[in-house]
Design a protein around this ligand. Structure first.
Ligand code: ADP
Ligand code: MG
Length: 460
């Protein structure tokens, strides 16, 4: 009896194929959007069997993190859609490897944490100064990074900030490559720093943790914005920072926003972060994009000994049309090249348009709510007040900026945007867009603010 019941339920389950988008929606609801977007959004379904699934994750770190904290919950979530599943396996689909930096210490006490950290303490040999194309938007950051690398500068810390995909990780990685032969370099993302931190607390190894991180002469930490809202982590980071600073170790930090815009970070940390040299990387202009494409073409020639089948018109088109960031530009280039190889004939502008559209569609949809939230946060004003009918300039300008960004970053119509701004008329939106367009041409602070807000919106 029992047997037949079992077979029966298997039969039903077999017909029931997982719809991964629906499952992901379920994850978002069950785990909340913060955990979802930090850890689960990029989990993919590789293979589905009747009793188990193989899920793809990008790195070993993410796999360990997810299995240690969320595996059970994920399983019960999956069971909601397919009862027969009783096991999950994770497969790493893209592990970016670089070189491991040897540390000089042989201290056995710290060997455990060392092994753990060394797995993450990797520099990518391709992200070097030689491979970094310099343009208007990144020149100052580049020169500062160079100076720090030749130890000509005593700025400490060096803080590099800018939107997603603009070259921050590339630059700070390049500094690490440059210095690793003569110093003990530590390169870690803030996320991994946290992971080590939590692991050390659990294993009662905080002393080792402290020792380990304080041994570096050059401490590079990527994406520091990750510490926002995490009190315990900030506490530890603060102490690590201070002891490194006190022994004159060079500290290099990247962030998606300037120190003073790191909300939910302790004031004393913000003040430390801005105590050295703060430089930004901006959105690339046409020339920089063109030069990056040229560099990519040369790299392609060197690896394949042939010129990619692209004419100047297409290259020009790519540089003009990709308006978000360098990572996207390179993605578009790779796709166009792959396409032209398959086609064996030069691409037309029209083919190129189709490819680009695809890339853009793959990007996440930006909501007006998000634009409003980020903008009001950026100016430290209350969202309700920003949307209210009050006309004082400290409220009206951010309101206009948010409208302008809604027009620029979403596909919403003017009346739709108006409705989202406390039922304003579409002519008000037009007026706002025009005003901000004009101001951002004449006023460099306005231009910069808009760039920063945009990059926060795109990166969150
Ligand atoms: P971020 O850390 O700011 O999000 P990355 O450093 O990861 O951005 O850069 C995204 C991609 O763009 C990487 O492949 C990087 O090598 C490339 N890239 C960024 N800036 C440049 C540049 N100036 N020259 C060449 N490649 C660049
Ligand atoms: Mg980065």
């Amino acid at each position: 009896m029992e047997k037949s019941l079992n077979t029966n339920s298997n039969l039903i389950a077999e017909e029931n194929v997982l719809n991964w988008n629906t499952v992901q929606e379920g994850f978002r609801k069950t785990f909340g959007s913060e955990i979802y977007s930090s850890w689960l959004k990029n989990v993919s379904l590789i293979t589905e069997y009747n009793h188990y699934v193989i899920l793809g994750v990008q790195t070993r770190f993410i796999r360990d993190w997810i299995t240690s904290r969320y595996a059970d919950k994920i399983l019960s979530e999956l069971k909601k859609f397919k009862l027969s599943i009783d096991r999950i396996e994770f497969k790493i689909i893209e592990e970016k490897l670089g070189t491991v930096i040897p540390t000089k210490s042989e201290d056995r006490k710290i060997s455990d944490i060392k092994d753990g950290v060394l797995n993450y303490n990797r520099l990518n040999p391709n992200l070097s100064f030689e491979n970094f194309v310099v343009g208007k938007s990144n020149k100052i950051a580049f020169l500062s990074a160079k100076k720090i690398s030749s130890q000509l500068s005593r700025y400490n810390p060096l803080f590099i900030y800018g939107g997603v995909g603009l070259g921050k990780t590339h630059l700070i990685n390049a500094i690490g490559l440059e210095l690793k032969n003569n110093s003990s370099v530590m390169f870690i993302s803030a996320e991994r720093f946290m992971y080590q931190f939590i692991k050390s607390i659990k294993k009662n190894e905080m002393v080792n943790f402290k020792d380990f991180f304080r041994k570096a002469n050059v401490f590079i930490i990527d994406d520091i914005q990750f510490i926002r809202g995490k009190e315990g982590l900030q506490e530890e980071f603060f102490h690590t920072f201070n002891s490194l600073f006190d022994k004159s170790a060079q500290i290099i930090i990247s962030s998606d926003r300037p120190p003073n815009k790191l909300d939910r970070v302790q004031e004393r940390i913000k003040s430390r972060l801005s105590g050295g040299l703060v430089v930004d990387i901006g959105v690339p202009d046409y020339d920089l994009k063109l030069n990056i494409l040229k560099k990519k073409i040369t790299e392609f020639q060197n690896s394949f000994h042939e010129y990619p089948n692209l004419n100047n018109e297409i290259i020009d088109y790519m540089a003009k049309e990709s308006n978000l960031n360098i990572r996207e530009l390179i993605g578009i280039f790779n796709r166009v090249v792959a396409f032209s190889k398959m086609n064996k004939k030069p691409l037309s502008i029209n083919d190129c348009k189709i490819i680009l559209k695809d890339v853009h569609n793959n990007n996440k949809v930006i909501s007006i709510d998000k634009i409003q939230n980020v903008t009001s946060n950026f100016f430290s004003i209350n969202l309700q007040e920003m949307l209210s009918q009050r006309r004082s300039r400290p409220l009206a300008r951010p309101r206009q900026i948010a409208m302008y960004l809604a027009k620029k970053l979403t596909t919403r119509s003017l009346p739709e945007i108006g409705r989202k701004f406390a039922n304003r008329d579409h002519t008000t939106v037009i007026h706002a867009v025009k005003t901000i367009e004009k101001l951002s041409q004449d006023n460099s602070l306005m231009k910069k603010n808009i760039e920063e807000i945009t990059s926060i919106i795109l990166s969150d």
